[in-house]
Design a protein around this ligand. Structure first.
Ligand SMILES: [Zn+2]
Length: 651
């Protein structure tokens, strides 16, 4: 039944759809004992990739990457190598080093219609086989790839491509063992159109070359989800010897201004938890369809252009992605059930960087804004069909690991560490964290290992008792959670109340005062007004959140007239304001602005709550569905799918 011949004629194989390709009687059923990760088919305990070399030809006309994935593997005597694939067309598999390759058999497991994991690609091998090469191409079902037409880029003349691998999408553009539990080094030879530049999560070129051929090396071991590629009309600006930013030329000067604190952030982070281990730290600003605020691809953070607020008010996202160079990239969650080890630590670390640069008051304000969001998330999860999702350690078998990307991992995780810090004292806690990053650097770690390290290196050693199980293994928020306070945010809450009750207005208040000038008395005009620039964006967010959900249209108009929220360049603020607009029936007034925002921005954090608020209000539901249908082609698959679910859930 094993047919060499089918795969020799690659043009035939290419015409066969993935689902039909070589289904055989053999099915991938890796037994539990050999499974290192419930979200991967790979038999990592028997055979694992050590180094991956990619040969990629990026074709914008066909929206296809034609590739060869050359796996150099550590084989502990396996007779089969199992890889993850999803939405890929496999042409052939060969065994042996380049130049001495021999074509091999392969089996592709039939894909279930609702499969989250994709398919297992099984290659029978000899006990001493070390090199497995997979020839393939991507398809329109390669969800990691976002191919952008010229109209979705800043230049409007050049197309763009970027990848998003986390959590289990790398297998949709590269056939590999797609589990964070295995770290690999990689290299790549990438061919792109000669007017575009290719960059990867690796050592990068800063200029285009005439051939459009680029070579990349990542010689530190990373998990598969951190392999990333972007291709576009990119320019580079250096902030320092080891940091800089890539962006389309139209955005570059805005990036220079917005992100100039990066060198300071790097030194602050190094002072906290040890040297930066990745040589270079660059940022790549992507087009607007990017579904996340940032993605911590090593050496090259992918960032959302909504961070270019013009006032540096959203740089905490950069602090976050930089912090991932330690938590996540250096020390990686072993499975997606341990995702909080990546994100909780990173949010904690991010706030420490912000505190170093901008002071404790600002760091506390940022933490409180997120705590607010956590409170909402906890309420949502409690009512959902998976209330156990509010535990830090998750049980996501049979589910999409993206289900775990909630504020629990991020904010509950960070508050766990903040509470622990308060309990043991900052000096001891920092020493502990520094040691944690040292001990597990370039390794993966799971929740159990973290707990034993916590006991060994901190709690037992210092004779401190701390109720960590209720944080990690229990639902909701433990009693002992640290309580933060910010006078500035309390004042904003009071301002919102006073405004609602008619005690405060944003209109200018003119008064006259007589003042003695020389021998004469002069009438001086004085204007008093609460101005937007009197407060930081996060304070205004608190102000909006505190307003009643049925605020009168007159009051909404007054805010817009004097504070100009509907026309803000800050996406965080716009999101809060548009949610309130949907809640209190203000949408007829700022429909144009909401529609423009939803059509431009693809970041899920903003799209989801705005769509949700619009969908839940009968009078704006049709507007939301219409806008989504008009613009969904511009969203990344990650955002598109989330909104589709939201539409059906809110029916
Ligand atoms: Zn993160």
């Amino acid at each position: 039944m094993i047919k060499h011949i089918l795969f020799i004629v690659s043009s035939i194989a290419l015409l066969i759809s993935c689902d039909l390709t070589r289904t055989t009687t053999k099915t991938a059923n890796p037994s539990e004992s050999t499974k290192a990760d419930v979200h991967s088919y790979a038999n990592l305990k028997e055979i694992s990739t050590k180094h991956l070399h990619l040969e990629l030809d990026v074709n914008f006309e066909n929206r296809t990457i034609y590739g060869v994935a050359r796996h150099e593997m550590i084989n502990k005597g396996a007779d089969t190598a199992i890889f993850d694939i999803n939405g890929l067309m496999i042409q052939k598999v060969t065994i042996g080093e380049k130049g001495t390759e021999e074509e091999a058999d392969m089996f592709i497991d039939k894909m279930d219609k609702d499969s989250i994991l994709g398919q297992a690609l099984m290659v029978p091998i000899k006990k001493d086989t070390r090199f497995v090469n997979i020839y393939y191409q991507t398809t329109e079902r390669s969800d990691a790839l976002d191919w952008l037409d010229t109209n979705l880029t800043s230049s409007k003349t050049k197309p763009f491509l970027y990848t998003q691998g986390q959590a289990i999408l790398t297998r949709t553009w590269i056939p590999l063992q797609d589990s964070p539990s295995n770290r690999i080094t990689y290299s790549a030879d990438v061919k792109v159109p000669s007017d575009l530049l290719a960059v990867m999560s690796a050592k990068n070129p800063t200029k285009k070359n005439n051939e459009g051929k680029y070579h990349f090396e990542m010689n530190k071991p990373i998990p598969a989800y951190l392999i990333a590629l972007a291709v576009g009309d990119l320019s580079y600006h250096a902030f320092s010897e080891n940091s800089g930013v890539y962006a389309e030329p139209e955005l570059l000067s805005a990036c220079e201004y917005e992100f100039d604190a990066i060198p300071k952030m790097i030194s602050a982070a190094e002072q906290l938890y040890g040297p930066y281990q990745w040589e270079q730290y660059d940022i790549l600003v992507l087009p607007y369809s990017f579904p996340f605020g940032g993605m911590e691809n090593p050496m090259l953070t992918f960032a959302n252009p909504t961070l270019l607020a013009g006032d540096k008010s959203l740089v905490s996202v950069i602090a976050h992605e930089l912090a991932h160079s330690w938590s996540g990239n250096l020390v990686t969650n072993r499975t997606w059930n341990d995702f909080w080890l990546n994100e909780g630590f990173t949010v904690y670390f991010e706030q420490r960087i912000m505190e170093s640069l901008y002071g404790k008051e600002v760091a506390d304000i940022l933490a409180l804004i997120e705590f607010d969001e956590l409170t909402d998330e906890l309420t949502r999860i409690k009512k959902s069909k998976n209330p156990e999702d509010s535990k830090l350690h998750l049980a996501l078998e049979g589910r999409n690991p993206d289900d775990g990307m909630t504020d629990i991992a991020y904010v509950k995780g960070a508050f766990f560490l903040k509470t622990l810090e308060e309990r043991v004292g900052r000096t001891r806690f920092d020493a502990f964290l520094k040691k944690y990053f040292e001990r597990f650097q370039f390794k993966t770690v799971d929740t159990k290992q973290f707990i034993s390290f916590l006991n060994e290196e901190l709690l037992k050693k210092e004779h401190i008792s701390f109720d960590y199980p209720s944080w990690i293994y229990a639902e909701g928020l433990p009693e002992n959670c640290i309580k933060l306070q910010s006078q500035r945010l309390e004042n904003m809450g009071k301002l919102a109340d006073d405004f609602t009750n008619g005690k405060v207005s944003f209109a200018p208040k003119v008064t006259y005062k007589w003042k003695k000038v020389g021998k004469r008395r002069k009438k001086i005009k004085q204007v008093q007004q609460i101005k937007f620039q009197d407060h930081i964006v996060q304070e205004w967010q608190t102000f909006i959140r505190r307003l009643p959900r049925n605020l009168s249209q007159a009051k909404m108009r007054e805010i817009d007239r004097y504070l100009r929220f509907s026309y803000s360049g800050n996406s965080e603020l716009l999101t809060e304001w548009f949610i309130l607009s949907a809640n209190c029936g203000y949408v007829p007034t700022n429909k144009k602005e909401i529609s423009a925002f939803l059509c431009k921005v693809g970041r899920r954090k903003y799209l989801m709550p705005i769509y949700e608020a619009l969908l839940l209000n009968k009078s704006t539901r049709n507007f939301a569905v219409y806008t989504f249908n008009q613009t969904k082609a511009n969203y990344h698959a990650v955002s598109r799918k989330s909104i589709e679910e939201l539409i059906s859930e809110t029916k």
